[in-house]
Design a protein around this ligand. Structure first.
Ligand code: ZN
Length: 398
């Protein structure tokens, strides 16, 4: 087993715990302590991190790893995520989903990509199902997918309040949630239903109806894009107050901002000002999704792709522009999503957790180094390891 000793880093677990050494063995964190001494005969790679913050690798709860929709025709089908896209954005765990298009994009392709990313050294999972009900699945039922397929941890994204969704009733959503819930329980997985929330004024009404009228708890749903506009954010705060966790999309476009989107960092600040605990909010990249802007009549105006660097962008904005504590901002992209997705070895710097770590420069929070499952992918501000078919080019670094 290879050993790495990262010395004297300012550690954020995500809580700030001061200067620590972190010992890594194989894929795991073995020890976190102020001074770790090893026998001189032990072969260990020592890394001086005294000039850096050390934090968990980012956990992304929604990534379109095989590409998202393509609402402007086939030429606008967004491309697959590459290993370097995640690494350069500080993301070490991804959760894949289909997007608007579940005809040309399939769960088989999604599962193959999940397996490939795991082989490459990242950590990847996926949601079964898709935007539209009835759900498409791999084995014939979503419950069965969650129970039979190791990498499948829930259902998503199911679209509500969106002109691209199947306009499901609350009864239909309750049935989906019941499948996810029982599948999750039996397989000891999260079994959440990731809900894509569109811009229609129905907002989260259907989810509240399920919680009010059935035995399904509100927290079975994990709604995303809650920062889409101020009205939805307000309703999201109500959802969080009622015990749910809300997700903000960190990827954005000038068109989205012009149409009233609240940037993820600012949305977190609004939540905190409204008394929402910092454990109730997550950010996801929506990476490689198509991000289409429609006019009032539903016509496509422009389309861009979600960025894997958006979590880091949002973190930087939280800390440097909005003066939020680094630990608070980190929770939204490390421990909180790991908890919601029941990925117990992810999102924290503690003994026994997976060795997914970042070193950040304290002044501007640039990502100096990335370790995923015990292997360095970026060191000294340089990408040193990427996907099998990728070339490592210095120009791509930032
Ligand atoms: Zn979505």
């Amino acid at each position: 087993m290879s050993l790495t000793l990262i010395q004297n880093a300012e550690v954020f677990t995500p809580e700030a715990i001061g200067k620590q050494d972190v010992l890594i063995g194989g894929e795991k964190i073995l020890s976190v302590a102020p001074k770790i001494q090893l026998e001189t005969s032990v072969d260990v790679q020592q890394v001086d991190a005294s000039r850096y913050y050390l934090c968990p690798g980012f956990v992304d709860s929604l990534t379109h790893i095989t590409g998202g929709g393509g609402e402007g025709g086939f030429k606008t089908r967004t491309p697959e995520m590459q290993v370097s896209d995640a690494i350069l954005g500080g993301v070490t765990t991804v959760t894949g989903a289909l997007g608007t298009d579940a005809v040309m994009r399939t769960h088989l392709e999604l599962l193959a990509k999940v397996k490939a990313l795991n082989e490459e050294g990242l950590s990847a999972y996926f949601y079964t199902g898709n935007y539209h009900l009835p759900l498409k699945t791999l084995t014939g039922s979503a419950q069965q997918d969650i129970m039979l397929i190791d990498e499948c941890i829930g259902i998503g994204e199911v679209a509500i309040a969106d002109h691209r969704g199947s306009q499901p009733t609350s009864q239909m959503l309750a049935e989906v949630a019941a499948e996810a819930r029982v599948g999750g329980m039996c397989a000891n997985k999260a079994g959440v239903v990731m809900i894509h929330v569109g811009s229609h004024e129905d907002r989260l009404t259907a989810l509240f109806e399920v919680a009010d009228n059935t035995a399904i708890p509100l927290a079975q749903f994990y709604p995303t894009h809650i920062n889409r506009n101020a009205g939805l954010l307000e309703e999201g705060i109500r959802f969080a107050r009622a015990g749910g966790v809300i997700d903000f999309t960190a990827s954005t476009t000038p068109g989205f901002i012009a149409q009233g989107e609240v940037p993820a960092a600012r949305a977190l600040k609004v939540c905190l000002e409204n008394g929402i605990a910092d454990t109730q909010v997550t950010f996801s990249t929506d990476g490689h999704a198509s991000l289409p802007t429609f006019d009032d009549s539903g016509q496509l105006i422009s389309l861009e792709a979600g960025s894997m660097s958006s979590l880091h962008d949002a973190l930087t904005q939280c800390v440097l522009e909005l003066q939020l504590p680094l630990s608070t901002a980190l929770k939204a992209i490390t421990r909180n999503p790991a908890r919601v997705l029941k990925l117990t070895s992810k999102g924290q710097v503690t003994p026994g957790s997976d060795a997914d770590l970042l070193l950040l420069a304290p002044d501007d929070l640039t990502i100096h180094a990335v370790m995923a499952r015990g292997q360095w992918f970026k060191q000294e501000n340089q990408l040193i390891r990427a996907g099998t078919f990728e070339t490592i080019s210095k120009e791509r670094d930032y």
